[in-house]
Write a protein that binds this ligand. Structure first.
Ligand code: HEC
Length: 139
């Protein structure tokens, strides 16, 4: 295809068109490796501070071990649980990762921003659903 636009511009345009055609809230495809990296790090997600995670170095015990989730949750239910755990337990100590509702004293630079992006959430869900189960040697 001949185009007056240089390749990077065409790719950007394609990405924008793809985004525009996805209905709001549609499940983005998650990336297991990116999800693993997100679960591991302490700055943005902090998951490992409170949870033991399959296939990752030892984690904290404030929350339950995140094992066998695929048996109990589908991706929507798991996503909701991480996006805003208050939807299940209004008194939870788990931070809402994809909601800005009801937060107080948020740093001005973070006001109105969710902790994680929709894509990051999808990546984390992908890892958790693909994570090794109790009978798996990879654990
Ligand atoms: C401050 C501690 C804390 C942090 C940080 C935290 N959680 Fe939690 N999480 C909890 C607690 C406590 C629960 C138990 C249920 C409740 O009371 O909300 C929980 C429950 C869950 C559950 C449901 C587990 C089940 O067996 O039903 C999932 C899934 C989960 N967390 C994922 C995450 C992910 C992913 C992250 C990081 C993006 C994260 N959590 C960060 C404390 C935390």
């Amino acid at each position: 295809m001949h185009s007056i636009l240089p390749l990077p511009a065409r790719l950007t345009l394609l990405a924008l068109l793809t985004m525009a055609t996805l209905p709001a809230g549609a499940a983005l495809p998650g990336d297991v490796a990116r999800g693993r990296a997100l679960l591991l790090q302490r700055q943005d997600s902090g998951c490992i501070l409170c949870h033991v995670l399959p296939g990752l170095p030892p984690g904290g015990a404030l929350g339950p071990p995140l094992v066998d989730l695929a048996r109990r949750y589908d991706s929507d239910a798991l996503r909701l649980r991480i996006a805003d755990a208050r939807s299940v337990n209004p008194d939870t100590v788990m931070p809402p990762y994809f909601s800005t509702e009801g937060l107080r004293n948020v740093a001005r630079s973070r006001a109105g921003l969710t902790v994680l992006s929709e894509q990051a959430l999808a990546d984390i869900v992908a890892y958790l659903l693909a994570a090794p189960g109790p009978d798996d040697d990879r654990r």
